[in-house]
Write a protein that binds this ligand. Structure first.
Ligand SMILES: Cc1ncc(COP(=O)(O)O)c(C=O)c1O
Length: 392
């Protein structure tokens, strides 16, 4: 039986009720000029979001996945080269490496943070690669040179980028960041893209800053990276009908840019509301032992794209999910199948990733969208506390 007042996991229509006027007003001038591809609207949004991200360069593209592919290409990834990437992430973090011609080298994550750390990266690299006399790490399986690391700021919390970039530097590896879930998050007061070759963002509708369809962006400190990505997004061309390399057709649409520009003004407020709701959950759950709440690093400011709790057993997680569903409360599992177990990646070496496997089997994300009301959240807290009181 479903509850009379369901609480959705996410409800974009509530956001549209808040910002609909601004969005309609932003779209109209694009329709009036009929300039839909790149042009002034996209440049203006790129400038505004670069300021927001405190990055000198921001380049809009067609999706977060494309942002990762173009970023990897511009970072220098060549065919057959390996990139360390966590398996505990969304599929596109790893598929983008393959789409850019490389191959994933699976990295373990920290059990509490869900993120890679210098320790998990070191263990993963050393168990799957050896350093040659030339200083280059090569995979034990296939002898592929390991060139870089993709750090994923999962659920809206940045990994310890200062420590990771030092770790990578010492090993001759470049770093790129998958910031698709972490727009506005900070580490040591700085955002993604500051500590690496660049960061990729997604504007998929349900992201903290979501468009009316697909969209993505790369931020970088490096003018040469930005120039290469600008060329790659228009068929490898800097001058009309002159093509320097094989590129893509991957532009951010002007309508998307106009909508995102209008929504950007709300993003800081939405992110702090997510932080408020997350803290409210964690405070309310502090005495419970049935599950643990997400760990927050003191050096950063998370934007809680997801609020994810961890159970010690899969059966308990699944039973609690079922119970919440009976109460009309939406939850999600991000992600039930880790990437190293996906058929799509079966040709790549499958290392043992105990933490990743355990997390995939025991995580549960609760509603944390900014428009969730406190009384709705109280109901979720109440049901979970009741279930926890009965031991699941
Ligand atoms: C961690 C992560 N990486 C990459 C992507 C890909 O972004 P998009 O869906 O915009 O291609 C997403 C979003 O779905 C994501 O959450």
């Amino acid at each position: 039986m479903t509850s009379p007042n369901p609480i959705p996991f996410f409800d974009l229509t509530r956001q549209y009720r808040e910002v609909g006027d601004q969005i309609r007003a932003a779209v109209e001038p694009v329709l009036a000029t009929q300039q839909f591809v790149l042009g002034e609207t996209v440049s203006r949004f790129e400038k505004k979001i670069a300021d927001f991200l405190k990055a000198p360069h921001a380049v809009g593209v067609a999706s977060g996945t494309d942002a990762l592919v173009l970023l990897l290409k511009a970072a220098g990834l060549s065919a057959g080269e390996a990139v360390l990437v966590p398996s505990f992430t969304f599929y596109a973090s790893a598929s983008s490496i393959c789409l850019a011609g490389g191959r994933p080298l699976w990295a373990e994550v920290d059990d509490r943070l869900f993120l890679v750390t210098p320790e998990t990266l070191e263990r993963s690299l050393m168990s799957q690669a050896v350093r040659g006399k030339d200083g280059v790490f090569r995979t034990l399986n296939g002898n592929a040179p390991v060139r870089g690391v993709m750090v994923v700021h999962l659920y809206g919390q940045m990994a310890d980028m200062s420590a990771i970039s030092r770790w990578a530097d010492d090993r001759g590896l470049w770093v790129v960041e998958d910031a698709c879930q972490s727009i506005g998050a900070l580490h040591d007061g700085k955002g993604a893209g500051t500590f690496s070759r660049g960061a990729a963002y997604s504007f998929f509708p349900t992201k903290n800053l979501g468009g009316a369809g697909d969209g993505g962006l790369i931020s970088t400190q490096d003018p040469q990276m930005a120039d290469r990505i600008r060329s790659l997004r228009v068929h490898g061309s800097r001058q009309r009908y002159v093509h320097d390399e094989l590129g893509y057709n991957s532009r951010l649409d002007a309508i998307q840019a106009a909508i995102l520009e209008a929504k950007l003004a709300f993003l800081p407020g939405w992110n702090s509301r997510r932080r408020f709701l997350a803290k409210r959950y964690s405070d309310a759950f502090s005495g419970l032992s049935l599950f643990r709440v997400p760990a927050v690093q003191k050096t950063g400011e998370a934007v809680f794209h997801q609020y994810t709790i961890v159970f010690s057993r899969t059966v308990t997680r699944d039973r609690v999910k079922e119970r919440l569903m009976q109460e009309g409360i939406g939850t999600e599992i991000y992600y039930p199948v880790p990437q190293h177990r996906q058929t799509a990646f079966q040709s790549f070496f499958r290392t043992g990733l105990d933490v990743t496997d355990r997390l995939s089997a025991s995580v549960l994300s609760l509603p944390v969208f900014p428009e969730l009301t406190e009384s709705e959240q109280d109901r979720i807290i109440h049901v979970l506390s009741e279930v926890a009181g009965k031991g699941g």
